[in-house]
Design a protein around this ligand. Sequence first.
Ligand code: DGL
Length: 270
Amino acid sequence: MAFDPRPIGVFDSGVGGLSVVRAIVEAMPFESIVYLGDTARLPYGTKSRETVIRYARRAARVLAERDVKMVVVACNTASAVALGALSDLLAPVPVVGVVEPGARAAVATGARRILVLATEGTVRGGAYERAIARIRPEASVASVACPLFVGLAEEGWTDGQVPRLVAEAYVAPHRTPPPEAVVLGCTHFPLLADAIAEACGSKAVLVDSAATTAAQVKARLRAREAEAPIGPPGRIELFATDGVDRFARVGGRFLGRPIDPTDVQLVNLP
Ligand code: DGL
């Protein structure tokens, strides 16, 4: 069995993708990771398809320059609109997105009525609908753009009345009949899981693609005999395109542990 000690590259429009890093670390502690948060251009979710593809290509190039063995597109919006372009750009380096694993996780719940909560860009492209239809064509899928959730998560405003009211406003029009599974189709939404769960009703299972994405990363690396050798825990290198202090402050919530701002390197995208 061969091994590959090179790092996995992960990128997102900001810090939300650190929840995917967290899931990768839990599933594969020996893997090293290079993470890029394109904080200078956040949010991707409100931008046009062409702009997101352009941004995503630049971000992916930064990772490719660091000789990564795989690129994980932790951003749902970039996964929804730019996965094909990134696969072409980076070949033969494999590219894994979060939409397909999220769709698989939703279908695995057995739900036939699925509600996808995502950014405008993800909803506009219909990527989750297509991915779910490929696996379970008879499922009925509704998608709702919830842009305010991104700001709430960034501000750490995840508990109390405000997120509950916002969640209620987004979800209420889609509650009859009640969804059986609700996909948290944006990096930021898992932080608002309590408010979303309350708005969706007790029968809805919330689906977060982070763990399923990590499982897919592991399976793809194993199939290529490219897992890291067993040894000390992998190294995590963090890059941001703007605001390292804010990256560290907000990012710690997604990573599940504090980030020291001096551990975040500023990088300029060409
Ligand atoms: N990372 C984005 C996503 O998962 C959310 C934040 C943004 O709009 O850039 O869709």
